[in-house]
Design a binder for this molecule. Structure first.
Ligand SMILES: Cc1cc2nc3c(=O)[nH]c(=O)nc-3n(C[C@H](O)[C@H](O)[C@H](O)COP(=O)(O)OP(=O)(O)OC[C@H]3O[C@@H](n4cnc5c(N)ncnc54)[C@H](O)[C@@H]3O)c2cc1C
Ligand code: HEM
Length: 393
């Protein structure tokens, strides 16, 4: 339990962490990944290399320290962390490893003069408090999902029922439980965790579920990333009949219940969760504006699947923008980057809409700004990252 003095020490170190927070977590990861090979498979090396994950953790620690008196104000951040942890099956036993490495990093980066025994003890207690909150919440989700019909805990073997090429760089995988048992439903927008062994190394990755729940199979749609370990392995090595280890669906980027017009905006492979959302929304009557941006028609996935829904669902409008002109056939609705003018024309006349968006980070930054400028209430816009969350401002 944190004493009032320790609480004060933690709060007083916030400015220090704000100036040196990222260096601290970078150092922390270096120590942990070198000395604890057992946690290496959880961490995506690309997220370490581009700094996103150290930044996300630094931000998490800072937000926590800032709100230590009113932890309930952390709301969204805690839910985001819990969902990411659950999707990768982080266990209570991992927390002491992270805690010990974090305290050691604080000591080594700040130096013994600033990081006194009292400071370390205060942070130790604070870390313990946060860890208890996360462990408790994560354990509850593990237990609930395991107890639900079709649910499970840890890895479950799924057979690749089929593979379908969706574009020159995106391929879908239809996955069915190998045990033939029931399959827990998920909320449109959620993602699964995938455990792979590639060249003898275990890795874990998240993939959004790209079709609405049907009780039979899950579909993921994977973009081949240049130099990417998991995506190239899936595209090149994994064939129908092969078996993959899946962790249950998680994620808080989900379609909230609402009758307002729905606007789904995606760039590239960011389309995947919006597909599940689209099909869920089309079961009702709310208007749906589906806006998708791709580099060109060759990389544009799911165009025919979306177009095929138009006849059956008059409440659906769809708009495509391509960066590059793609020739006379298969023309998009606009060429060039999504502009504010274009978006204004493609949104419903009333800006009282629910908007969900996902794509490359620069694209998301622009979409966020444009929605704000066009008068869509900020509380009605939601987004997800295909990696650690980061600021979009
Ligand atoms: C919630 C969520 C949902 C997602 N949904 C989807 C989805 O539906 N579809 C989809 O395709 N993806 C999705 N992703 C992304 C997916 O999890 C993987 O990150 C993606 O497939 C790339 O993984 P990879 O192993 O192929 O590439 P990685 O091996 O992780 O590499 C990614 C890039 O970083 C570079 N790189 C790797 N290591 C280093 C290094 N040490 N230094 C410098 N550069 C490096 C690689 O060359 C490559 O360009 C999602 C991610 C999240 C978090
Ligand atoms: C109090 C302790 C912890 C805090 C505050 C914390 C915080 C965070 C934050 C902020 C993120 C980014 C979430 C996002 O994607 O937006 C994250 C992701 C993650 N955390 Fe934790 N975490 C803690 C403990 C742990 C532990 C014990 C492990 C297990 C080894 C762990 C493993 C991970 C992994 C693997 C990711 C995803 C990394 C990636 O995307 O590359 N975390 N955590």
């Amino acid at each position: 339990m944190l004493t009032p003095e320790q609480r004060a020490i933690v709060k007083s170190t916030v400015p220090l962490l704000e100036s040196g927070g990222e260096a601290l977590t970078t150092h922390f990861y270096k120590i942990m990944l070198a000395e604890h090979p057992e946690v290496r498979p959880f961490f995506n090396q690309a997220h370490q290399a581009n700094g996103d994950q150290p930044r996300a953790l630094a931000n998490g620690v800072l937000m926590y320290a800032r709100h230590i008196d009113k932890l309930e104000q952390l709301g969204g951040l805690v839910s985001q962390i819990i969902n990411k942890h659950v999707s990768l099956q982080i266990e209570a036993a991992h927390y002491p490893i992270v805690g010990a490495c974090l305290l050691r990093a604080i000591r080594e980066v700040l130096g013994a003069e600033i990081a006194t025994d009292a400071v370390i003890a205060a942070w130790g207690a604070a870390y313990g408090q946060l860890a208890d909150i996360l462990i408790g919440a994560e354990e509850k989700i593990y237990a609930d999902v395991a107890a639900a019909p079709g649910g499970w805990r840890g890895a479950r073997a799924f057979r690749v029922a089929r593979k379908e090429v969706e574009s020159s760089e995106i391929t879908s995988f239809y996955l069915q439980p190998q045990d033939g048992g029931a399959l827990i439903d998920f909320q449109p927008g959620q993602y699964i965790g995938l455990r792979l062994v590639v060249n003898g190394n275990e890795i874990r990755r998240n993939y959004s579920l790209s079709a609405a729940p049907n009780g039979v199979d899950y579909r993921i749609s994977v973009k081949r990333e240049a130099g990417g370990v998991a995506s190239n392995y899936l595209h090149d090595q994994v064939q129908p009949g092969d078996v993959l280890d899946l962790f249950p669906p998680a994620g808080d980027f989900v379609l909230a219940a609402s009758d307002k017009p729905l606007v789904l905006i995606s760039g590239g492979v960011g389309i995947t969760p919006t597909l599940a959302m689209l099909d869920a929304a089309l079961q009702g009557r709310r208007p749906v504006h589906f806006i998708h941006c791709a580099r060109n028609r060759h990389v544009h996935a799911f165009r025919h699947a979306i177009d095929a829904r138009l006849a059956k669902h008059p409440q659906l409008k769809r708009f495509y923008a391509y960066d590059e002109h793609s020739g006379p056939e298969d023309v998009p609705h606009a060429v060039g980057r999504l502009s504010p003018l274009q978006l204004a024309q493609w949104l419903p006349a009333s800006r009282d809409v629910d908007a969900y968006f996902l794509g490359p980070k620069p694209f998301m930054r622009e979409v966020k700004q444009q929605l704000r400028d066009l008068g869509v209430p900020e509380a009605q816009t939601r987004y997800e990252f295909f990696g650690p969350a980061s600021a979009l401002e």
